[in-house]
Design a protein around this ligand. Structure first.
Ligand code: ADP
Ligand code: NI
Length: 233
């Protein structure tokens, strides 16, 4: 079977599996990550077949919904790809990417090694940033029954995947615990460039959000910790 046919079939498979998801990993997330990964790969000497398959399959199963098992996605991808006449090396490469791309806490070092993994990780992270990233964060917050914001709950810099996994914070805190950190963790030059404006959109959003929290939309925005959260009569 031609590589393009494997990609087409994988696309259909992913659509079928993730089509109805509303936790942030729907087909359209995959579509955007795939498109961005191809855009980044156009400037790199990457193996496009691996980039395509890893982008398509990167969220096929999520540890967040499988008792925190971080290998569940790669197992599911391996099972799917085994039906095709692909080399063991290629299957292993795609599976390793799937295991390594996901964010596991602010203080947890990422383990991506190959160029193809770096590209897919950048593309995945870019979709958690900017206007779409803001939308996804609040969609996830609603889905997971999280508070939008609570000034009494400070953000946490997670030093292990275990504490990141178990944490139940607010959606605004998620920006400080993950989303604002992504800009400086991009792997590729193109990823770094694309992250700049998306980061700015989130900074502006948070500034406006905290200002409106104090019902003071024309005043100077307080920083996170300075919001008064008191009404002086
Ligand atoms: P990705 O698909 O980028 O690896 P995740 O699986 O970590 O991302 O999360 C999917 C989406 O849900 C992302 O946009 C992410 O920012 C958002 N999200 C994950 N955890 C939280 C949380 N605790 N609060 C708000 N949004 C979250
Ligand atoms: Ni993803």
């Amino acid at each position: 079977m031609e590589n393009n046919e494997i990609i087409k079939r994988t696309q259909e498979h992913v659509k079928n599996v993730l089509g109805a998801d509303n936790s942030g990993h729907d087909w359209w997330h995959i579509y955007r990550v795939w498109k961005t990964a191809r855009y980044i790969a156009a400037n790199e000497q990457a193996d496009l077949f691996i980039v395509d398959l890893a982008a398509l399959l990167h969220d096929i199963a999520d540890w967040k919904f499988h008792d925190g098992d971080a290998t569940i996605g790669s197992k599911s991808a391996k099972q799917w790809l085994s039906q095709f006449a692909m080399t063991e090396d290629n299957i292993k490469h795609v599976c390793t990417i799937i295991e390594s791309v996901s964010f596991k806490g602010a203080g947890v070092k990422s383990t991506v090694t190959t160029l193809e993994a770096q590209i897919v990780q950048d593309a995945d992270r870019l979709d958690a940033m900017g206007a779409i990233g803001i939308g996804r964060a609040f969609a996830y917050g609603g889905y997971a029954d999280r508070k939008m914001y609570d000034p009494a709950i400070p953000p946490v810099t997670h030093q292990s995947f275990k504490t990141y996994k178990a944490h139940k914070g607010t959606t605004i805190n998620h920006f400080y615990e993950k989303l604002l950190l992504l800009k400086d963790r991009m792997n590729t030059q193109t990823g770094k460039r694309l992250a700049q404006s998306k980061h700015q959109v989130m900074e502006n959003f948070l500034k406006q959000f905290l200002m409106e929290w104090e019902a003071d939309s024309e005043a100077q925005a307080p920083s996170y910790a300075q919001a008064e959260c008191a009404i002086n009569l």
